[in-house]
Write a protein that binds this ligand. Sequence first.
Ligand code: NDP
Ligand code: HSE
Length: 431
Amino acid sequence: MSSVKIGLLGLGVVGGGTWDVLQRNATEIARRAGRDIEVVAVAVRDTAKARALLGDSVRISTDAMEIVRDPNIDIVVELVGGTELAREWVLESIAQGKHVVTANKALLAKHGNEIFAAAHERGVMVAFEAAVAGGIPIIKAMREGLTANRIQWVAGIINGTTNYILSEMRNRGVSFAEALADAQRLGYAEADPTFDIEGIDAAHKLSLLASLAFGIPVQFSKAHIEGITSLAQEDIQHAQRLGYTVKLLGITRARPEGIELRVHPTLIPADSMLANVQGAMNAVLVHGDAVGQTVYYGAGAGALPTASAVVADLVDVARLLNAAPEQRVPYLAFQHDAMADTPILPMEEVQSAYYLRLRVDDRPGVLADVARILASAEISIGSMIQEPAGDHADIMFLTHEAREGAINGALSQIQSLPFVRSAVTRLRVEA
Ligand code: NDP
Ligand code: HSE
């Protein structure tokens, strides 16, 4: 059987890793796919660098669109990143009847609904295992392994860069800037690392996971997003003393009124599985009504782990090249015409427990006033500690579960109390 012909757009961290894996494991991959997978053309900006890596056997171009339109190519693998040029290349690939593999979560978070609709119309596959949690086969698990279940929630560490930064700051005491620079050097960070540290990359991935879990269109624009840039070292330390670790989590949960879709730093019990996920590793928990809780753990970023996911998609697509479109697994796990319009809940409606830190004057009546405001908002206090902070005191509360809107109302009242000396810190807590 003739080889499957690949046009590779991008030969950076992930593209280079993909080339490497396809070369080193060519025989194993062909045994699994049933035919050879052959990269015939590569698009980059710097052709000399690419030539040094690829040798003479592969055509190199600086014009990605030319590769997309090459009639000899069966599958276009988009590993450049960005949302606008990538959208044009992917839509044109689809229009040309080519299958697409991409690691580009930003592209799918922003233009996924358009891309999947176009692919459905044209009867081609769009595979994106590498777009969520690097090398972990979470898309495969959710699209195929868990199809019997009504998924109740998904929660996870889905950004390697921020988990690396938080781990390095906590375990080795390195500064935020130093840890970020290391993550960039190691190839974990996005081209624009604000996507990582502001929680945007995690929200891109979470919006895809929510679609796979609940059969809803991709709705990145409705996600609540907080990153780690305003996280204070003292809150990380207070959390530790209270028995918690702070992680950037993506959480999506089905509630009777709608779907929660949120990314934020979260206190989780220090002895929980997620709390012990270190460095650029990712972990995703998926709770299904039949299976219960399942856990997926592995490298969330980096050349070879991500390439592992890209090549897995290539093998899947190669195996199904001649299958009728209706026999293939739907892009977002649910049939294209069976998507639901369940609303995404506004953050005010989300229920969570909270960690609150107030810097206050250390005098009688302070605690009573704060407790009164929390009580009148029906927010129940789980525990409280007080520590000296220079001339003032820091009071830390852990609340029981409350509605975010109630917490917001209470916090604005507390903030205006005359003895409150700085902005109140609020972090969410998950058991
Ligand atoms: P890199 O920046 O390392 O690589 C980008 C590649 O794209 C380079 O080879 C670059 O060529 C090429 N390129 C850029 N612009 C163009 C253009 N206009 N035409 C043709 N080629 C172009 O990125 P990554 O490999 O890190 O990321 C690629 C994708 O994978 C992104 O969508 C990212 O979000 C995603 N991803 C990344 C992970 C990671 O760990 N890094 C993990 C999971 C997903 P040149 O070198 O010549 O400039
Ligand atoms: N920048 C991303 C991360 C790459 O750090 O997780 C993997 O998607």
